[in-house]
Design a binder for this molecule. Structure first.
Ligand SMILES: Cc1ncc(COP(=O)(O)O)c(C=O)c1O
Length: 450
């Protein structure tokens, strides 16, 4: 069989790696020096060469309950054998309804409806479309502008990259959506370096939304989308008071506020959602990743009271048999829904959100203890997330972080890199000893790297 070596294992020679065009990957380098994972349990991956790799990044910020958890595995196995697929277009199956109720019940505010999709990217695009449809249904169809933020990440769809603000994710892909503007990002090295938790400086940056409103006429703006804590750009906790200001300006002008909680949802900050953690409510929440513990792809948009009703009223008035012309074949997929329900049970039974909250000061102290180590120019943290920003290698930005990342892997640790920032976001079952191990390995890797 193709790709197997003489003992039946995978032969990771370049020929066998060629066909897969890997996402967000340095393909040319990877195929020469592959990093392959073949199994995972709880806090560890197993590499192709049989080593245990401590997961310092919950996979891609998604395996919040740790890997291959029995309850989730069993739920998936049973569901796939019982009802492998059921349409949710003019049909339904019980688990999708049950999951939607479970999700709205996790929020203390008036969130009452959930739209399902398959990823964070689809959740962002769905939320943007739902915002446009909502305004149109209530007679404000001129609200078509969408506002994102510099350094924002909302996945890879055209909507997401249009409102997103990571330049490399945008600049190859043409003119994107029109009618989009961006808030400034919230990071200042001079003002915020080595902040613990939320930076004191920067709330005023939300006021730029007033400038954007004045420029375009606020009555043309449908929605503002932000990550409550920017993740993929290299972890930027919001300045104290920033989200409150954004909320107030959106309210003043009738603009919907969307939180992209694809990373912050499901315990990452020590609460169910960042919405709860900050106590500042958006109108829509997008989520994915930790929703199913990364097991089966699934995303969702959770809506505040009034959005769904507006669409239903519109349907009633017009006699429509479909109120929102949007959806995916796999919206509310039964196996994904089963994985999500089991995941939510694991979070609840094991108190993992509380655990993340309790561990976060330890993570903060351990991360900040690296201050002064070679190459480091900033350390940031919030909840069970820490980021270590490195001085870029002159003329070769991102290469130093990449080398540190490779070194960590050689030493048995998986972390994420974003530009020249190392990001640590372990599963919420991580122990203090494992947190120590993560930062000791990073320190050793920094010392070994030019
Ligand atoms: C905030 C945010 N939104 C959207 C996405 C995209 O999610 P997906 O890769 O599941 O499409 C991500 C992925 O990292 C994310 O961090």
């Amino acid at each position: 069989m193709d790709g197997l070596n003489s003992s039946g294992g995978f032969d990771a020679s370049p020929n066998n790696l060629e066909s897969f065009w890997m996402p967000y990957t340095w393909n040319r380098e990877f195929k020469k020096n592959p990093l392959l994972l073949t199994a995972a349990k709880d806090m560890h991956y197993t590499s192709l060469d049989g080593r245990q790799i401590l997961d310092g990044s919950a996979g891609l910020w998604c395996v919040n309950a740790g890997h291959s958890r029995e309850r989730i595995v069993k739920a998936v196995q049973e569901q796939v054998a019982k009802l492998d697929f059921a349409p949710t277009f003019q049909f339904g199956h019980p688990l999708a309804f049950e999951l939607a109720s479970r999700l709205t019940n996790m929020l203390s505010g008036e969130f009452d409806h959930v739209f399902f999709c398959n990823s964070g990217s689809e959740a962002a695009d769905s939320a943007l479309k739902m915002a446009l449809a909502y305004h149109r249904a209530r007679g404000q169809g001129e609200r078509t502008r969408l506002i994102g933020r510099e350094r924002g990440y909302h996945g890879s769809g055209f909507g997401g990259i249009s409102v997103g603000g990571i330049v490399k994710n945008r600049n190859f892909f043409g003119s994107l959506l029109n009618g989009v503007d961006h808030l400034p990002h919230t990071y200042s090295h001079a003002e915020q370096a080595y902040s613990r938790g939320l930076p004191e400086w920067g709330a005023h940056l939300a006021e730029d939304l007033e400038r954007i409103c004045a420029l375009h006429d606020p009555a043309t703006i449908a929605a503002v989308i932000v990550e409550p804590m920017a993740g993929s750009t290299g972890v930027l906790p919001p300045p104290k008071g920033y989200l409150e200001k954004l909320r107030a300006i959106c309210d003043k002008h009738g603009i919907l506020l969307i939180y992209d909680e694809v990373i912050t949802g499901f315990g990452r900050l020590g609460d169910s959602f960042a919405t709860e953690y900050f106590g500042v409510e958006p109108d829509m929440i997008t989520c994915a990743k930790g929703l199913t513990n990364g097991t089966i792809p699934m995303g969702a948009v959770i809506c505040r009271k009034g959005i769904y009703e507006t669409m239903m009223d519109y349907g009633e008035e017009t006699g429509a048999t479909i109120e929102l012309f949007h959806g995916y074949t796999y919206s509310g997929h039964p196996v994904a829904a089963a994985a999500a329900l089991a995941t939510l049970e694991v979070y609840r039974e094991e108190g993992l959100f509380e655990r993340a909250r309790e561990l976060s000061p330890y993570l903060e102290n351990t991360a900040h203890a690296l201050k002064g180590s070679k190459h480091i120019i900033d350390i940031r943290n919030l909840g069970l997330v820490a980021a270590i920003e490195l001085e870029p290698r002159p003329g070769a930005p991102t290469k130093r972080a990449y080398d540190v990342y490779r070194h960590c892997f050689e030493k048995g640790l998986l972390i994420r890199i974003a530009g020249d920032t190392l990001a640590v976001s372990p599963p919420l079952i991580v122990t203090k000893e494992q947190i120590d191990q993560i930062f000791e390995t990073i320190k050793e890797a920094l010392e070994a790297t030019d």
